[in-house]
Design a protein around this ligand. Structure first.
Ligand code: NDP
Length: 338
C-alpha cells in the first residue's frame, strides 16, 4: 500500500521534499473487532490549500495537524472494498475524508458521503460535487446574500472554488470580475467561465487602481480567497452595505507572521458585513446543492476545469503547486481510475 508521508512539520512554503513515498502492508478486509470501519480503494485525491496549515503544529484550530512520519489525509473519492458499517457495502462509491495512500481503512465513516450520481466524472466529487463545490455554494448564497445586478469580485477566481462562485454569480445576473495569476487563467475566466472581466493581479502594481478600473462604481460582494494586499485594496473599493465572504487567505498560509491589513475602518464607514465561514457548517445543504448543480452540469450551464496529476507519486508536487498557482483549475490526483 503506497503512501505519502509528511516528513516533518513545515515552515514557510511547502516543498515536495517535505513529503516522501513509503509503503505498508494492509489486509484488504476490515478488522472483525471494528463495527464501523470501511476499507476504501482510493481513486482520486483532492489537493486543498487548508492542507498547508495542517503541515505545521496547530493549537486550537478547527483542523488537526498531520503527524510527521504518518500518511497525510484529505478529501478523496474511493470505492468500498469491504465494510463493517451498515451504511456502506462493497462496490459503493464514496467521497469524504481518506488517506493519501492506495488503500485506506476509514474508521470515521460518518465523514463519507455515498455517491448517487455516477453519470458525471467521478473526480468531480473532489471539486464541483464535493467540498469546494459546497464551499462556493454556501459561501456565495448563504454568506453573501447576493442580488441580481450587484457587482461581485472573486479572487483566486480560476481555482476550485473561485471558478464556481463566478459562474453562480453570473447565473444570478450579477456583474462579475475575477483575479488570477496568469494570462491563460485570465483568458479562461472571461472565455470559459463567462466572467464579465478579469485581470492578472501579478501584473498590477497598484491593486487599488486596478479595482477602481474594473469597478468604477465599487464592489457589492467580495468573495475572499487570498487575503493580504488584495483584501486591503478591496476594502477601499467596497460599496455601501457591501458584503465580504471570507472563505480563505491563501497568501498568508506560508508566512510566519500574517501581513497587516490597514483599511478595515472602511467596514464602519461603508457599513460592510465581513463574515468568515467554514464549509463544514453547511453540509446539511448538500442534497439541496446537488439538486441545483447536477442539472446545471448536464445542461452545460456550469462548467468545471480540473488539473489532474497522474499517480500517487505525483501528489506531493501537485499539492505544493497550489501555493505558486501551478494548478489550472481544481487540482486532483488520480490514484487509480477503477
Ligand atoms: P485553488 O484551486 O484556487 O488553488 C489555490 C490558488 O490560489 C492557486 O492556484 C493560485 O492561483 C492562488 N494563490 C496561491 N498563492 C497565492 C498568493 N500568495 N496570492 C494570491 N493568490 C494565490 O484553491 P481552492 O479554490 O481550493 O481554495 C480557494 C480558497 O478557499 C483558499 O484560500 C482555501 O483555503 C479556501 N477554502 C476555504 C474553505 C472554507 O470552508 N472556508 C473550504 C475550501 C477552500 P493564481 O494563479 O490565481 O495565483
Amino acid at each position: 500500500n503506497k503512501q505519502v508521508i509528511l516528513n516533518n512539520y513545515v515552515s514557510g512554503f511547502p516543498k515536495e521534499s517535505d513529503m516522501s513515498m513509503a509503503s505498508n502492508t494492509i489486509e484488504l478486509k476490515v478488522p472483525e473487532d471494528d463495527s464501523n470501519a470501511v476499507l476504501l480503494k482510493n481513486l482520486y485525491l483532492s489537493c486543498d490549500p487548508y492542507m498547508r496549515p495542517r503541515m505545521q503544529k496547530l493549537e486550537g484550530s478547527y483542523v488537526e495537524s498531520f503527524k510527521p512520519g504518518s500518511p497525510i489525509s484529505g478529501y478523496g473519492v474511493g470505492k468500498v472494498l469491504d465494510s463493517a458499517h451498515e451504511g456502506f457495502k462493497k462496490g459503493d462509491l464514496v467521497w469524504g475524508f481518506t488517506g493519501w495512500e492506495e488503500y485506506s481503512l476509514v474508521t470515521t465513516p460518518q465523514s463519507l458521503f455515498k455517491i448517487q450520481h455516477t453519470d458525471v466524472p467521478l473526480s468531480y466529487y473532489t471539486g464541483i460535487l464535493g467540498m469546494p463545490g459546497m464551499t462556493a455554494y454556501a459561501g456565495f448564497y448563504e454568506v453573501c446574500y447576493p442580488k441580481a445586478g450587484e457587482y461581485v469580485f472573486v479572487s483566486a477566481a480560476s481555482g476550485a472554488v473561485g471558478q464556481l462562485v463566478g459562474q453562480f454569480a453570473k447565473l444570478l445576473g450579477c456583474y462579475v470580475v475575477g483575479s488570477a495569476g496568469s494570462k491563460d487563467k485570465v483568458d479562461f475566466l472571461k472565455n470559459k467561465f463567462g466572467f464579465d472581466d478579469a485581470f492578472n493581479y501579478k501584473e498590477e502594481e497598484d491593486l487599488n487602481a486596478a479595482l477602481k478600473r474594473y469597478f468604477p462604481e465599487g464592489i457589492d460582494i467580495y468573495f475572499e480567497n487570498v487575503g493580504g494586499k488584495m483584501l486591503d485594496a478591496v476594502l477601499l473599493n467596497m460599496r455601501l452595505r457591501g458584503r465580504i465572504a471570507v472563505c480563505g487567505m491563501i497568501s498568508q498560509y506560508n508566512l510566519d507572521k500574517p501581513e497587516g491589513v490597514c483599511n478595515v475602518m472602511n467596514l464602519i464607514f461603508k457599513r460592510i458585513r465581513m463574515e468568515g465561514f467554514l464549509v463544514s457548517d453547511y453540509y446539511h445543504l448538500y442534497p439541496k446543492y446537488l439538486e441545483m448543480i447536477i442539472p446545471y452540469i448536464k445542461e452545460g450551464k456550469v462548467v468545471y476545469v480540473e488539473d489532474t496529476a497522474e499517480g500517487l507519486e505525483n501528489a506531493p508536487a501537485a499539492l505544493v503547486g497550489l501555493f505558486s498557482g501551478q494548478n489550472f483549475g481544481k487540482q486532483v490526483v488520480a490514484v487509480s481510475r477503477e
